[in-house]
Design a protein around this ligand. Structure first.
Ligand SMILES: [Zn+2]
Ligand SMILES: [Zn+2]
Length: 151
């Protein structure tokens, strides 16, 4: 069980192992501290029900597939397709398809884009929903404005 996120201080990728429960997440690049807090379900490797970083509870799932790798394989297929009469193109498409099939899904936080791996999949989590993402952003904005007017 891991969480991966981009450090807001130095913009580098940070990967943290969550198998040993809650530990303080420190960016190995710049040392910025992230207080990591696992929910009861997540401590047991269950569903991701609360983001350990931003404490929000809205997630979407996605195949753990590097899109650049897919494009690279396809580009190689295209580059050689002229000499192989399109055969490499077919092979590249098949490789992409197989990769997509065997790869696991990851759970991603709508709010802070933290990526969770090796947790139980929540059947209620769907692929990225633009409308939901927008409504969450709007909700945040409204909340901020309300806080401003109160202050
Ligand atoms: Zn950092
Ligand atoms: Zn989050």
């Amino acid at each position: 069980m891991t969480v991966e996120f981009v450090c807001e201080n130095c913009d580098k990728d940070v990967m943290r192992d969550l198998a040993n429960g809650a530990e303080s997440g420190e960016c190995p690049h710049c040392g910025r501290e992230y207080p990591i807090e696992l929910s009861a379900s997540m401590l047991q490797g269950g569903k991701v029900d609360r983001c350990v970083l931003c404490r929000r509870d809205k997630f979407y799932v996605q195949k753990d597939f590097n899109p650049r790798l897919g494009i690279l394989i396809f580009a190689i297929g295209v580059a050689f397709s002229y000499h192989t009469y399109g055969l490499t193109l077919v092979i590249a498409t098949i490789i992409d398809f197989i990769l997509y099939k065997v790869l696991k899904t990851v759970t991603i936080c709508y709010h802070c884009r933290a990526i969770y791996r090796d947790f139980e999949e929540d059947p209620e989590d769907r692929g990225f929903d633009h409308e939901l993402a927008m409504s969450l952003v709007m909700k945040d904005k409204r909340k901020q404005e309300q806080e401003k007017t109160v202050a």
